[in-house]
Design a protein around this ligand. Structure first.
Ligand code: DAH
Length: 354
């Protein structure tokens, strides 16, 4: 028994892995193992011999089982230590830099414009970019064959062969949202409508898709004076400085009277600066909404009147942020986007100075 004990305890202490340990367990205390074989011999002994040998064999079996368990635990700890060495992680290392996107100047300026007009009580309205020609033209007092249709470089949607209805268009301006909003909400109404518009045109200051923001205020006694005040407030807030404006008589089919508005700027040093100098830059069209337009939208022009205006958002962004070429706005060049883009956290607010 001493020999068995010596043999197995040494072997268990030397076992290199769990497989070796399991082989030793079978060999020592398994059903056909050495200790079990000795136990079977107990039957052949005298009662006195058995009383001495029985407890000793049981004690040996227990001792071997505990040695197996202890070695197994030790092997497990060693394996874990080994794994931890390989999987060690330095949590003090700086993290990998990850690329963060930027807010496009058009989005930024749209938010700025919305914040300023929201403060003056204008809600934001939207309309579809694929528009029927009634909303884009007729309802705005631009009948078929009116020269303004030709001047707009309109994109027409394809039609099925044999379909003679007027084709839908990619809206050429945000003005159709005036009609949709008045039909939806009636009067009084005060909205702006920012969004994409489309014209077949391409050079340094024109792209086939660009952005406008439409403004509309209808009530019982809205006048040209209100229009002027609202626009002056807007430019001053937007550019963060007093900006002189110049209203020039003009013509749009959907307003009467109509005015184009220029803002004061200087071209000194080859770059444009708004709010100084004695040059002028045209930035928007506006006027008193034409009675035909009100009537198209189901509003009685004998009871209601108001102003409308349309501003180019991209043009505003170029002026405010000194961006020389409009085409780059839509090239998706990452270098441009990182240079001119805004942080997602720079949310424009009036109290933050827009
Ligand atoms: N829709 C015009 C354009 O795209 C801009 C415009 C002019 C809008 C006068 C208006 C307005 O609301 O009153 O050229």
């Amino acid at each position: 028994m001493d020999h068995l004990r010596e043999k197995y305890l040494t072997a268990i202490a030397d076992a290199a892995d769990e497989a070796a340990l399991e082989a030793l367990r079978v060999q020592a205390v398994g059903k056909k193992g050495d200790v079990s074989a000795r136990m079977r011999e107990l039957g052949k002994m005298t009662a006195e011999e058995r009383q001495v040998a029985g407890p000793k064999l049981n004690a040996l079996k227990d001792e071997i089982n505990s040695a197996l368990a202890a070695r197994k635990a030790a092997l497990g700890d060693a394996a874990l230590d080994e794994r931890l060495k390989g999987e060690w992680l330095d949590v003090t290392l700086p993290s990998r830099a990850h690329q963060v996107g930027t807010i496009h100047p058009v989005s930024q300026v749209t938010e700025e414009v919305s914040a300023i007009f929201a403060d003056m009580g204008f809600a934001v309205a939207e309309g579809p970019q694929i528009e029927s020609d009634w909303y884009n033209f007729d309802a705005l007092n631009i009948p078929d064959h009116h020269p303004a249709r030709g001047e707009m470089d309109t994109f027409y949607m394809a039609r099925e062969e044999g379909d003679n209805r007027p084709p839908h268009v990619l809206r050429t301006h945000t003005s159709p949202v005036q009609i949709r909003s008045m039909m939806d909400q009636g009067a009084p109404i005060r909205i702006i409508a920012p969004g994409r518009v489309y014209r077949a045109d391409y050079d340094q200051t024109h792209t086939p898709m660009f952005h406008q923001v439409e403004g509309l205020a209808i009530d019982r006694d809205i006048s040209m004076a209100n229009l002027k005040w609202v626009l002056e407030q807007f430019f001053t807030a937007f550019f963060g400085t007093e900006v002189k404006t110049r209203f020039r008589a003009s013509h749009f089919p959907f307003t009467e009277p109509s005015a184009e508005v220029d803002i004061q700027c200087s071209w000194e040093g080859g770059t444009v600066k708004v709010g100084e100098g004695d040059d002028w830059l045209e930035v928007l069209g506006s006027g008193m909404v034409h009675p035909h337009v009100l009537r198209s939208a189901g509003i009685d022009p004998d009871e209601w009147q108001g102003f409308a205006f349309g501003i180019g958002i991209d043009r505003l962004a170029m002026l405010k942020y000194g961006i020389p070429d409009l085409r780059a706005f839509f090239d998706s060049d990452l270098r441009w986007l990182r240079h001119y883009g805004f942080s997602a956290l720079e949310v424009p607010t009036l109290h933050g100075g827009v």
